[in-house]
Design a protein around this ligand. Structure first.
Ligand code: ATP
Ligand code: MG
Length: 364
């Protein structure tokens, strides 16, 4: 039988989702979900992982679970096609993590560049919680419990997927072919790999407060784009402007399509022409920002409207999540059974083991 094609990915409930999540992973997931090319799709809200660096703020995590679920539904994730669940409700994931910890060294964890950056961002240098330090292992459990083949994520997740692949290879080498090695699926558009924040900082991130949220009102979006970071040396309109590192152009790279010029700015045929004018000089930031605003409103308006509809029935969303957890738990339990068998810790359902030992001790 051909190997099943399974998608798995998730988000931490540390805030509402933003356009970085959208271009980095969310938009792709919805396409994959609807493509009919995958046998199963699992999407989860990583609350246990969020607690590794928010242990003293459980209320924040609790309140954001529903926010993330609403963003999912608003973007088009469909519970009839995807299993949407909450990480902490699947205890099998903890057990898997515990066994995987034997397969990873401390120095290997210390080399993870994303975790290194995140430790700095959180000023954890002298007091790193063990749970935070080891979250790449728990992430490997999340992925492998569902035998995921395809993980659509942003570039910051590359070291996590690599770690998961190493764990799978080591597990299968020691205990026999059991787990499935996942493949990362990065956005094809370079601007979407790691969308910068509105302040021009390396990554739009809930923890940095530099986000345009999917649920922001039209006014908030307009205001945020107006004050966005551009080229600090582009002072007068006549000055030549720089595209590289100019957040407005990075967002245009991520969101602009040729038809947007027909609709909102027919002075140019395409993005290349617009960029060339900006680089030559004679084009002010405000005009470009206005264009970006029109594009963003067009993209976000339907999401905002759908979210409002889903917000009318919160109990139904919890029901949906509960059902998702049940399906996910069944799948994880099945993988855990196979893992226990492979690791030879399945004593009570191994009749052969008991019979053989009985014979051995009688003969002695
Ligand atoms: P936190 O600050 O709590 O870590 P976050 O904003 O980094 O939050 P995550 O929940 O860690 O969000 O990431 C969820 C998914 O979104 C991952 O697949 C990640 O790669 C992707 N992602 C997050 N931020 C960006 C971004 N700025 N550009 C592209 N993808 C992103
Ligand atoms: Mg993150």
């Amino acid at each position: 039988m051909a190997k099943e094609k399974i998608i798995l990915t998730g988000d931490r409930p540390t805030g509402r989702l933003h356009i970085g999540h959208y271009v980095g992973s969310l938009r792709r997931r919805v396409e994959l979900q609807n493509s009919g090319l995958y046998d199963k799709t699992f999407i989860f809200i990583a609350d246990a992982q969020a607690l590794t660096d928010n242990m003293d703020n459980p209320e924040k995590v609790r309140q954001n679970v529903i926010e993330v679920a609403l963003d999912y539904l608003a973007c088009g994730l469909d519970p009839t096609k995807s299993t949407i669940f909450i990480q902490s409700q699947i205890p099998e994931l903890c057990e898997l993590s515990f066994y995987y910890m034997d397969l990873v060294t401390v120095s290997r964890l210390q080399r993870n560049p994303t975790v290194k950056t995140e430790i700095q961002m959180r000023n954890f240098e002298t007091s790193i919680p063990v749970g935070f330090f080891t979250y790449p292992i728990s992430q490997a459990a999340d992925i492998t419990a569902f035998k995921a083949t395809t993980v659509p994520v942003g570039e910051d997740q590359e070291p996590m997927i690599e770690q998961a692949r190493e764990i799978v290879r080591r597990f299968n080498h020691i205990y026999g072919e059991t787990l499935v090695e996942p493949e990362i699926l990065l956005p094809d558009n370079a601007a979407c790999l790691r969308l910068p924040g509105t302040d021009g900082k390396a990554k739009m991130s809930k923890s940095l407060g530099n986000c345009i949220y999917l649920s922001d009102s039209a006014d908030e979006v307009t205001k945020k784009i107006k004050s966005m970071y551009t080229d600090p040396n582009h002072i007068r309109v006549e000055d030549p402007g720089q595209i590289e590192g100019n957040t407005v152009f990075t967002y245009l790279d991520a969101f602009c399509r040729p038809e947007h010029f027909d609709r909102y700015w027919n002075d140019y045929a395409n993005l290349a022409e617009l960029k060339a004018h900006y680089q030559r000089g004679g084009l002010g930031d405000m005009k470009v920002k206005k264009f970006l605003t029109a594009i963003m409103q067009e993209e976000l308006e339907p999401i905002r409207t759908r979210r409002k509809e889903f917000e009318q029935d919160i109990p139904a969303i919890y029901d949906m999540l509960k059902k998702g957890c049940e399906v996910a738990r069944e799948q994880a339990a099945q993988t855990l059974d196979e893992v226990r068998r492979a690791m030879k810790i399945n004593y009570f359902d191994d009749a052969e083991l008991i019979a053989e030992q009985a014979r051995k001790f009688k003969a002695e």
